[in-house]
Design a protein around this ligand. Structure first.
Ligand code: SF4
Ligand code: SF4
Length: 422
């Protein structure tokens, strides 16, 4: 099916919805007006949106994904991708304040699975699933021009340096570790750490805690020379997209036709995502590689066990990020804080109808769930480390210069370096 045959009906649908004006004019829960003179504090989280606007966001995301897929596969235009990145940055970044964004959505999905009282909206489900489906079909088109976090980094690339392969590969494991920890903290109802430490949200909302602004600016300054540092070495949703993109059905290609081995594209990718033809030496060294592959494959279960043991033995420390566990430890270890009127956490607790015994019981249950969760997380991290090791000894025979399907952000830069015409 042609992409245009999907885009057109969608555009018509968007126009045909003709949502009444009042649907857009209100946020869902307008702030109360206090007569006591109390003023609402400034918040950095965006206000809830009218349902029609939320659905509008899903349609806009879908359009971005459809058009980007068409641009990278058929139109093959870096210029189009660039302008769409600007559009995504303005719409999803500055207008929608970076929320809702697929990057943080795995946490909502996990919490809704682990806590039946937490309902996840259809919008969040769509934001989580759509980029993954497109990644399975056409590669990381979401990263190419629909992700505001990717767009803001892509637009500041000035003089990209090439990162040594071993550093790139080693640091490339961190997004999986971060994803595993984010799942642990979301599943235990502790926190949404991806959102809490989103470095660009403060920039999108033109205000945030000082450390977040510093973090965002540091990422942007680093990104002028090390292209897309958050995408490459941190983004946990990027880890999911990387895996799905490896299996993509149709992926962006550097050349529209036959590769003539001119090597003109080799240095065009600021992310080191172009794979060169496989050297003959490597192709013929099957015996040497197989030995190492078998060795590392055999130690994967050991790595998983070590990971599980290491993390589960740190469960008390990890659980302290949960407010109940933190408070229980604080009150037991330092009972004098109960007299500290400036400690808002303690005073709020003392003013509630919960007893210390109830708090300690709740903290114990949370620590127990952390113990189980930390086991799974550690096993997963051990598995990732093992797969990373054996992947070094898997060689795919390549005769042309090709984008690495897992690492390519579908930015389209390399396409314009290829002298071969359609
Ligand atoms: S890697 Fe993450 S932050 Fe970067 S563009 Fe992709 S989803 Fe966005
Ligand atoms: S399209 Fe992919 S391989 Fe080409 S320059 Fe962009 S990230 Fe690199």
């Amino acid at each position: 099916m042609k992409l245009t045959s999907i885009i057109l009906p969608l555009l018509l649908f968007l126009l045909a919805t003709a949502i009444p004006e009042e649907t857009f004019s209100q946020q869902r829960f307008p702030a109360p007006e206090f007569e006591s003179g109390y003023e609402l504090p400034d918040v950095i989280t965006p206000e809830p949106r009218a349902l029609a606007l939320e659905y509008g966001d899903v349609i806009v995301l879908l359009l971005f994904l459809l058009v980007t897929s068409w641009v990278v596969i058929k139109k093959r235009s870096r210029q189009w991708i660039l302008w769409m990145s600007v559009g995504a940055l303005l719409y999803f970044g500055f207008w929608r304040n970076g929320c809702i964004c697929p990057v943080g959505s795995p946490q909502n999905m996990v919490l809704s699975l682990s806590d039946p009282s937490y309902a996840v909206s259809y919008t969040v489900i769509a934001f989580f699933i759509l980029p993954l489906i497109f990644s399975l079909s056409f590669g990381r088109v979401f990263c190419g021009s629909a992700c505001p976090l990717g767009a803001i980094q892509d637009l500041v690339i000035v003089r990209p340096v090439s990162v040594p392969v071993w550093i790139q590969k080693s640091l490339g494991m961190f997004p999986f570790v971060y994803l595993a920890l984010a799942v642990l903290y979301a599943a235990t109802g502790t926190d949404f750490i991806i959102c809490r430490y989103d470095p660009f949200v403060g920039i999108f909302r033109m205000g945030a805690e000082f450390h977040l602004i510093v973090l965002g600016i540091s990422f942007l300054l680093t990104g002028m020379f090390v292209a897309r540092p958050y995408c490459r070495f941190v983004c946990p949703y990027g880890a999911l997209l990387k895996v799905t993109s490896i299996f993509s059905k149709r992926h962006l290609s550097i050349t529209p036709n036959q590769c003539i081995q001119c090597k003109l594209c080799t240095d065009s990718c600021p992310f080191g995502a172009i794979d060169k033809p496989t050297p003959d030496k490597l192709v013929h060294d099957i015996k040497g590689r197989t030995g190492r592959f078998m060795l590392y494959a055999a130690i994967i279960p050991l790595l998983m066990l070590i990971g599980g043991l290491a993390l589960s033995s740190s469960h008390v420390f990890l659980a302290k990020a949960h407010p109940d566990v933190y408070l229980a430890h604080l009150l037991i270890d330092n009972p004098e804080v109960m007299d500290d009127l400036n400690n808002l956490d303690v005073q709020t607790f003392l003013g509630s109808d919960r007893t210390i015994d109830e708090l300690v019981e709740s903290a114990g249950e949370i620590q127990a769930s952390f113990y189980t969760g930390a086991w799974f997380t550690g096993v997963f991290i051990g598995l990732v480390a093992g797969l990373f090791l054996i992947s070094q000894y898997i060689v795919r025979r390549r005769t042309d210069y090709e984008p690495n399907r897992g690492d390519c952000y579908s930015c389209g830069r390399c396409m314009k370096y290829c002298p071969v015409q359609k």
